[in-house]
Design a protein around this ligand. Structure first.
Ligand SMILES: [Zn+2]
Length: 210
């Protein structure tokens, strides 16, 4: 259930710090999204349970630039940061408006981006699917073998991402959702809320029809 600090979904660990923070997914010395950075102690605690520390993480992949997904990026001193090229500048330049920091009463800190991702790239075995709409550089990440989709804030188990923040576009989001629904996946690991551990595409199909 949501609220649990640490959960396992297959080989992937899901870390939930608070209702404000994005879900954090951990596998193979890599994290997908890092939360706001406000709940550092809980994050340390989760890693400790996994017998890991901040220095063990080598790669941070951000599904988009928003503060609740990138605020904790700087806590992993050894990690390179990867994000779609269209959201990279917002994070690198600590653009408070684009990363939506004020919404969380936070201040962005500039971070060096190591990899500017684009459609069709592969990072850590995951295919990059560009799904703009929530932000210009929002991505989903697809594990084609295991049929797992990390969907960021593009689509959740109970709805879709908001488009009323700077850089948002309802039209683009709709196109992106159509693109997602053409992908082959069974497991949905979204940026917030509950994952869908099986039959995810069917579940989403049902949600969109209702
Ligand atoms: Zn967001």
């Amino acid at each position: 259930m949501v609220g649990e600090l640490l959960r396992k979904i297959g080989d992937i660990k899901m870390i939930h710090l608070s209702g404000l923070d994005s879900n954090i997914y951990l596998f193979d010395k890599t994290v997908i999204d890092t939360g706001t950075g406000f709940n550092f102690v809980r994050l340390i605690d989760a890693l400790k349970q996994l017998k890991m520390g901040m220095n063990d993480i080598e790669l941070v992949i951000n599904t988009h630039c928003h503060f609740d997904h990138t605020g904790g990026d700087g806590y992993f001193p050894k990690a390179q940061i990867a994000i779609h090229e269209a959201d990279a500048d917002a994070v690198e330049n600590a653009d408070d408006q684009m990363v939506n920091a004020g919404f969380f009463n936070g201040r962005a800190k500039p971070k060096k981006i190591g990899q500017r991702l684009k459609e069709g790239d592969t990072v850590k075995g995951l295919k990059v699917i560009h799904t703009p709409g929530h932000t210009p550089g929002s991505i989903c990440l697809l594990d084609e073998k295991k049929k797992i989709l990390f969907s960021g804030d593009t689509v959740f188990s109970d709805g879709v991402g908001r488009t009323d923040r700077p850089g948002g576009s309802e039209e683009q989001l709709e196109e992106s959702i159509n693109k997602v629904m053409e992908l082959d996946f069974d497991v949905l690991l979204p940026g917030h809320g509950e994952p869908i551990p099986k039959n995810a595409k069917k579940e989403l199909d049902k949600m969109f029809r209702e």
